[in-house]
Design a protein around this ligand. Structure first.
Ligand code: ATP
Ligand code: MG
Length: 605
């Protein structure tokens, strides 16, 4: 847990960005405007006082002549000056806001972008454990929090503090220490009361936030899974869950609002008592002849001017607390260490052919459930390895390890003799292309999704990749062609179409190492045969790892590994494995009989 001071300190560098002289200049000018505005603010009441004294001093002169008497001009001039002073004060305050706006917005943008980048740098495990809706909200609220904090702390709290100091000093000099002490005590009591009550209210706010978050995550998750909800007629169930979270939120919100009434009432009591005391003291002084009527007006003007922003300080303090809480969450997200790190002297992976070696690899996602046991195999450069075996055996896990989404628990994985832990993740992932088991597409056009494999690709290359993946004819038939939207997660495409987009995308990336995880499982036999030819051609001169349930697609592999419950149980070519008459031979026979996939088949897409 970061303390709030730490949160603030973390924010400061973003407001004083290195290499941005223009922004730094703006900060300095904004601070100057702030001080100037306050100087005008404390001068204005003096003009007011002078005007009052002038008016009060010559009451008998009224009606003394028909000409506009000289003495009347003075107070009018003073009143005009008073008005000009107030305008100048506001003017500088606005100038300050305008100057700072660019600095504040720049900081917000940079922090949001840095957090976003940081989230993408996190491991797969982190993302599997977090809920996307919740994370997006944390960024959103954190950035809003920064905005609020800047707007109100710099432009409300600090100016008010400056004003309190100035007014205290003026009172001390002009009216003696008692005035200064009462003023400071009033403000201190006010601040103390506000802080105490706000502390208590932060707990309520936090509960409110949590339930707000929860309701949002539930709503997003539920709406994303609309298809499943409909399959199971669970609309009422989903609505009920949402209602429950919303009720929790609404209860917390009511408590938050009622406690606010208490806070506001207390604040008014404190300021009114302080005002009464000081006005009483001045009235006494006026009666005793120590002060003028103008002094009475002066004290009142100062206090009202001081209490107005102070009245806001209650709200501001509360919101600042909230902003700090939100920012703490945001910075917490940003400070989160990555699970999978580049080693300090990581080198870029050098591909010399793409030979892969799993050296006695053990692996577990969580320590209480081992997944891979002593997995030991090699794929020579340019060769094709097929991984087959029942569902849940650990085939996709092997591909994830190769991408270094996780580090192995024991043993090592090397590519061309380089341990994955010693190379940069960037260069590693650059070298591998995958058609994943279930393809999820971006909610954009088909063209965008194919281009994702290589954003720099030319139109011709995209068309070529689409052709190899046998998706070009389908795209040509679409009214909008490559510009057709694929829907959220690609749901407007059929399973097979999505899979072909994924294949085209990977062909476009053109990596030296290729992983096909059930790349053709959603296709009919004819289309599969079409693409199989293309896939065979592309895997010809590169190392390929093919995961398949339909064994007919892997009979030409240089080597086939049969995985069962995380262990390699058989290794060999298709013919060798048939001769062995083990698990592979059984799977083959049962698939031949059914003329289709059978053993351990999982539904894909
Ligand atoms: N992120 C994870 N955290 C914990 N366990 C996981 C995780 N991902 C997968 N597993 C578990 O690891 C085991 C192997 O999963 P894997 O996806 O490698 O199987 P598979 O052989 O590809 O199966 P299929 O043929 O069904 O795709 C499964 O039992 C699965 O429950
Ligand atoms: Mg799998």
């Amino acid at each position: 847990m970061r303390t709030q001071g730490q949160v603030l300190r973390q924010l400061l560098p973003w407001l004083w960005p290195a290499g941005r002289g223009d922004l730094k200049l703006r900060v300095i000018l904004a601070l100057c405007s702030l001080v100037v505005a306050k100087l005008f603010a404390v001068t204005a009441p003096f003009l007011y006082k002078a005007a009052t004294d002038n008016l009060a001093a010559e009451p008998d002169a009224l009606g003394a002549g028909w000409q506009l008497p000289q003495w009347l001009l003075v107070p009018i001039a003073l009143v005009v000056a008073y008005g000009v002073m107030r305008i100048a004060m506001q003017g500088f305050a606005q100038l300050r806001d305008g100057l700072f706006a660019k600095v504040g917005n720049h900081a917000q943008k940079e922090i949001a972008v840095a957090t976003f980048r940081h989230l993408h740098a996190q491991s797969l495990q982190f993302h599997l454990n977090r809920r996307t809706g919740g994370m997006a909200r944390v960024i959103d609220r954190g950035v809003k929090g920064i905005d609020f904090l800047l707007r109100f702390s710099l432009f409300s709290v600090i100016p008010t503090l400056i004003e309190i100091v100035m007014v205290g000093a003026i009172f001390w000099v002009k009216f003696g220490p008692l005035f200064a002490v009462v003023t400071v005590v009033t403000v201190a009591a006010y601040v103390w009361f506000t802080f105490r009550l706000t502390e208590w209210r932060v707990g309520i706010r936090r509960r409110m936030n949590d339930s707000d978050n929860d309701a949002n995550v539930k709503a997003v998750d539920s709406l994303l899974n609309f298809e499943t909800v409909k399959y199971f007629n669970n609309e009422d169930h989903e609505t009920g869950r949402y209602r429950k979270s919303m009720t929790r939120y609404s209860d917390a919100a009511v408590r938050s609002q009622t406690s606010l009434a208490l806070l506001n009432t207390g604040q008014v009591v404190v300021t009114s008592v302080g005002l009464m005391a000081l006005m009483g003291l001045t009235a006494q002084g006026v009666m005793a002849g120590d002060y003028t009527i103008g002094d009475f007006v002066l004290v009142n003007a100062f206090l009202i001017q001081l209490f107005v922003p102070l009245g806001l300080l209650g709200t501001v303090y509360r919101e600042i607390k909230q902003s700090l809480t939100d920012m703490e969450e945001l910075f917490g997200l940003m400070a989160r260490n990555k699970d999978v790190l580049d080693s300090p002297n990581a080198q870029p992976l050098v591909i010399k052919g793409g030979a892969i070696k799993f050296d006695h690899v053990n692996f577990a996602y969580s320590s209480d459930r081992p997944i891979l046991h002593d997995v030991n195999f090699e794929v020579a450069a340019g060769h094709t390895l097929a991984l087959v075996g029942p569902s849940g055996a650990g085939k996709s896990t092997i591909s994830r390890l190769l991408f270094r989404f996780y580090d192995v628990t024991q043993g090592a994985i090397t590519i061309d003799g380089q341990d994955l832990r010693d190379v940069t993740q960037d260069s590693l992932r650059q070298a591998i292309g995958i058609v994943p088991q279930d393809t999820v597409l971006f909610n954009d056009t088909i063209g965008y999704n194919i281009r994702y494999g290589n954003p720099a690709a030319a139109e011709g290359e995209i068309a070529h990749a689409a052709n190899l993946a046998s998706i070009d004819r389908f795209i040509a038939e679409l009214p909008d062609g490559y510009d057709s939207m694929v829907g959220e997660r690609g749901l407007k495409l059929s399973g097979g179409e999505k899979q072909r987009v994924a294949i085209a995308r990977t062909l476009l990336k053109d990596p030296p190492i290729l992983i096909l995880d059930e790349a053709t499982s959603a296709l009919d036999t004819a289309t599969e045969r079409d693409i199989q030819g293309a896939l065979d051609r592309v895997s010809e001169n590169r190392t390929a790892l093919i995961i398949a349930h339909r064994l007919s697609t892997v009979i030409h592999a240089d080597k086939i590994i049969v995985l069962e419950k995380g262990r390699i149980v058989e290794t060999g070519t298709h013919d060798e494995l048939l001769a062995e008459n083990g698990l592979y031979a059984h799977m083959w026979q049962s698939q031949q009989r059914n003329d289709g996939p059978s053993l351990g088949r999982t539904a894909v897409n």
